[in-house]
Design a protein around this ligand. Sequence first.
Ligand SMILES: [Zn+2]
Length: 315
Amino acid sequence: MKPRVLNAWSTVTGDPADSSLTAVSMVSLESTAIPDSIDVEVPVKKACGDYLLRVKLAGVGLTMAEDDIIAADGLIRRFAVREGPSPETVYVDIHSEFETGARVSITEGMPHRIDIAVSRKPLLDLMAGRRIAVDPGHGGKDAGIRGPVNLLEKDCALAVALELAAILRSCGAVPLLTRDDDSYLEPGMRLAKMTAASPELAVEIHMAGEKDPLARSYHIRAIGGCENSRDLASSISEALRERMGLSFGPIEELQAERALSIPLVRVEPVCLTYFADEANFRAPLFRKRLAQGIMNGISRYIRSRESKGGTGSVT
Ligand SMILES: [Zn+2]
């Protein structure tokens, strides 16, 4: 049998609370042979937030189609597996949001498995201890929009918020939820609750809806009076476009109940009245991907603020 790479995928593993060294984004390959050599190159900066980490495998070819695989896990944007310039070489080109390193391990078997563990430490360092308010819209007697089958906006918003809180926690951040169950919040209470715990930014999660069941729309709103809301909104919109293929219109402005000193964004990433969106929403993976997209927008916003702040440590 010719030595061939068969398959590739990525996962996130490790418990950041245990030790940041164990938290990795794993790119895994299956191969019919162990490569003669595996070289991890020094990362090359391609653009702000885009570093190319190339892993060269010598002595193997490729059976799987050359592929560009989206990971968008907060660290790895995407990776490509392709034939190298010389025969029997394979390049794994990992595009990372941060400058980071990788180590490779091999598990022998048939097929053999090659695991490329990319350290998530730069992401964890950026997010550690950050207080992020997450406000799932509606709740209790206020159900919000209804889907054509049976989903309610209040439940969908809560599901995404809980996923987002879990991802934030896994990065060492401190999520501050206005509700974590089906509670009704009196008008005015929501904002008071959101700001009471002194977050550095806040995200409200809602669903979009249309009168026409065949129409679709997605919205992202920068809530007025808050410094940097617009920057945060565009960062989340861009990350959701990349992760979910969603296209938002221009960022809309919304008046705040009162002046706020933190950025506040309302995101409506699902059109709940559209049957296909309601159906997609039932899949746990879909909700996770939505939350990951929002998370990527938050971390990119924080990173851009840090680099503008002139610390020079984060680019
Ligand atoms: Zn709503």
